[in-house]
Ligand binder design. Structure first.
Ligand code: MG
Length: 197
């Protein structure tokens, strides 16, 4: 009897499968979180590392990101095993600079966090911090292909970094609101009159 194929996964299942897939391809979530941490530390001091790690988990729980991770890592693996036919085998294996489908994956993942997500991805794509550089270097060795993985990892870091920035801004906005609410509107009017005198 034919078994029904499993097509739909829960967020918990997607996180678990993505974690396992990334680890099997040499990437730990902490290494992705570190890129987000370093990128946001340029703007804000003392960011909790856990917030970066939680943000990475959040990004890899999205269904479209799950599909990109699962598809991109399989393309890399198949290229390592020389399973493609025609010119695309060498284009993938040699990570041709003018091949842009990998960046398209990255841009689309980063787009979950808007224009800032995409510009953060551009920064990571150009400067190749941490694990992105390691993947890029290992990918040049024979028997290794990280053509899609480096962009996927960079984009998850960019999206997580943008999420961290949004949470920090929300916290600041709520604190400011709390300060305003401490005063009665008439207290504020009295205060402004007193300073005018
Ligand atoms: Mg690439």
């Amino acid at each position: 009897m034919n078994q029904k194929p499993k097509l739909i996964y829960t967020q918990e299942e997607m996180i678990k499968l993505n974690k396992e897939t990334l680890l099997a391809r040499g990437v730990k979530l902490e290494q992705i979180a570190l890129i987000a941490y370093d990128q946001q530390s340029k703007y804000t001091k003392d960011i909790p590392f856990q917030l970066c790690l939680d943000s990475v988990e959040k990004i890899i729980s999205y269904r479209d990101v799950f599909h990109y991770i699962q598809l991109g890592t399989e393309i890399d693996r198949l290229a390592e095993e020389h399973q493609f036919r025609g010119p695309i085998q060498d284009i993938l294996d040699y990570d041709l600079g003018l091949f842009g489908a990998d960046e398209t994956f990255g841009l689309d993942i980063a787009r979950n966090y808007g224009t800032i997500g995409q510009t953060n991805f551009g920064d990571i794509d150009v400067n190749k911090p941490g694990i992105v550089n390691e993947l890029n270097e290992i990918g040049k060795l024979s028997g290794h292909c990280h053509t899609f993985l480096d962009d996927i990892v960079g984009a998850i870091a960019a999206a997580a970094s943008t999420r961290v920035a949004q949470i920090i801004n929300e916290t600041i906005a709520l604190e400011n609101l709390d300060n305003v609410l401490k005063y009665d509107i008439f207290d504020l009017l009295k205060k402004s009159k007193a300073t005018k005198k």
